[in-house]
Design a protein around this ligand. Sequence first.
Ligand SMILES: [Zn+2]
Length: 236
Amino acid sequence: MIIKPILEKLFGNYYKEYDFIKKSYDILKDFGFNEDNSIASVCICRDEISQTVRSHVKRMWGEAFNFSSLAGLFTAGKTGMRAFISHAPQVDGRERYVFYAFSHIAIDENENMGVCKRKGLEKSHACGALCLFQGELLNGKINIRLDEEDIEESILKRRLLRELKYGEVPDLLSLTKLTLKVIIEDLENIIEKVVDKNKADYALISGIQIHGPQENYIIPDESYVVITGEKKKISI
Ligand SMILES: [Zn+2]
């Protein structure tokens, strides 16, 4: 497929989505995580074309707790995190959590960023929430009011604006990378405040989900385990 040289050129390392989740599962097994003693979660965009990752996670880990919101931003907060960890199996006196976190972008066969096809749609976009924000940046007119009728998009815009220099308009890929950084930062912040490392081990697996013309891929980003409070990087 023509997309593979594009992914190789842009990112170097990439996986088919299933292969990435399978590899993470195999690696985490070596660290003592398995489908019987662990609970998995996903933090991805609400977009239906993103949900394939949930299917792969389910196949390996069982049903996953869903932290997802528009663009994949982590907005479930302390209450969401407490709910998640309270559902974890308690095996051999420990709990084990697996966090999958991805931002996402479509790339077509001509290397157009954000462009994809969908069922019955010759031209569509992903991530739509980020495209919308980028459009406002380009127009120089950003509505940052917290809109109760558009909670997730307004929180997304506010959160990303904190990361941008005044007047900066990143391209969609840069915005996607920035979104991943923010997802991880916000997730880690709440993990730090809620997770008790004396009783739980956890893993964070992150990357960018790419919607190619035929299928989804994952560009690996930071991944690590925290076992008895000790952080160890893992490379996927
Ligand atoms: Zn999206």
